[in-house]
Write a protein that binds this ligand. Sequence first.
Ligand code: NAP
Length: 432
Amino acid sequence: MRHFAIVGSGPAGFYTAEALEKAYGGEARIDILDRFPVPYGLIRFGVAPDHQSLKAVSKRYDKVAESTGVDFIGNVTVGRDVSIAELLDLYDAVILATGAPHDRKLGIPGEDLPGVVGSAEFVGWYNGHPEFADLDPFLNGPHAAVVGNGNVALDCARILSKTRHEFEGSDIVGHALDALDSSAIRTVTILGRRGPHQIAMTPKELGELGHLEAAVPVVEPGDFPPVEADDPLEPGLRKSVTLLRGFAALPQDKPKRIVFDFFAKPVAIEGDGKAERIIVEKTMLDDKGAARGTGETYDVPASLIVTAIGYSTSPIPDVPFEGGKFVNQNGRIADRLYAVGWARRGPSGTIGTNRPDGYEVADQVAAGMPGGGSAERPGAEGLKRLLCERGVMPTDYDDWRKIEESEAGRARPGSPREKFVRPSDWFSVLGR
Ligand code: NAP
C-alpha cells in the first residue's frame, strides 16, 4: 500500500486525490490535510457566495472524500504541527495544494491606511473565513474603489452593489449581509491600469453587472478603440469587450453605479488617518502592451479601497519558494515532493483548470512509484501518533459532516448554510 499526503483541501487537492485514487485503484491511501476542520478551501472561502452553482462542485469532492482510499484530516497546519521532512518520512509522496491565500501588495504610499483591504481579506470576510471575520470593512462613505480588472475585482464590486434581496439563496455570512445592507456606498470605481482589451474578466461574470437590481455599470466610450479592433481578439475576450461596450447604452436609472475607469494606475492612497482618495496616473499602452504613466494624475474618492491584483501562496519552511509560489518543474519540487494548483502555477485559471493539473501531477507520481511497492511508510497512522504527542487533535470527514449539518440547520430561509466563522464554534459543534 502506498501512502500519499495532499496538503490543502481545495479544488487542486481534491482533483489530485481523485486522480491518485484512480491511478492506484485501491492500492493507495490518500490523506487530504487541511489546517481547518472544514474542507474545500477556495470553494468555501473564495468563490462568491452568490455563485452557488460554482460551489456545487464540492458535491464531486464529497464523493472523493467518501471513497475508501481517501481520508480528510483537518485541524493540522503543515509547517507548524508537522514539518515537510516529517511528512516525507511518513508518506511515499507529499503534494502541496495550498492555494494562494495572500494578497499581493500594490507597493504604493498609503496602502496601509485604514480603509484599504486586500481582496483575500474582503472576500474572506463575506465568505466566513475565520481570519477575516473581524475585518469590518469601511462601508460608511459613498465611494469605494476596487483595483484590478480580473474576475475577483468583479466579484468585489458586485457584492458591494447588490441589495439584500439579491443575496437570497446565497451563503453570504450574516455579519456581511447585515453590514452590506446598511452600506452607504453608492459608487464603486473599478480601476484598470490598462484598457478594455486587456481585461481579465470573463463574459458570464461581466454580464451579471448589467442585470443588478440597484446598480448600473458605467463605461466611458472614449476608452475603447474603434469597434473593428475587437475582431482579432480571442472569442471570450471579444465577448467581454462587447458586453463592456454595451454598458454605455444602459439607462442610468439606478441609485448605485459601478464605474469602469481604464488606463488608471494607482500611485498613492491619501487621507487624514484613513483612506479618503486614491491617486491614479493616466496611462498609455507601450508597444509591448504594458501600462506606461503619462504623468497626468487625478483623484478618485474612496473611503473603502479593495485591491484585487492577484494572490500569493504561503511559504512553508524548507520548501523552495519564489515569486509567490513553490519553485517546481512541472509540479515536481524535489524527490517525492510536488505542488499542484495555484501553489504550483500561481493564481490563474478557473476551478476546472485544477483538474488537468492534479491529474498531470498524479500521473507523474504514479509513473515514478508503482502501486504495491516495497516501501512501507506508516502514513496516517504515524501522522496521528505524532500529532497526539504534540497535543494536536486532528478532525475527520465525519466531523466535517457534523459541522456542515449544524451550519445547514441554522441557515436563513432559502440559504444552504450559515457558516460558523469562529474556530471555537466548529469545535463546540464537535463537543471539544
Ligand atoms: P487576475 O485575473 O490575474 O487579475 C488581476 C488584475 O490585477 C489584472 O487586471 C491586473 O492588471 C491587475 N493588476 C495586477 N497588478 C496591478 C497593479 N500593481 N496595479 C493595478 N492593477 C494591477 O486575478 P484575479 O482577479 O485575482 O483572479 C484570479 C483567478 O481566479 C483568475 O484566473 C480568475 O479568472 C479566477 N476567478 C474566476 C472567477 C469565476 O470564474 N467566476 C471568479 C474569481 C476569480 P494587468 O493585466 O495590467 O496586470
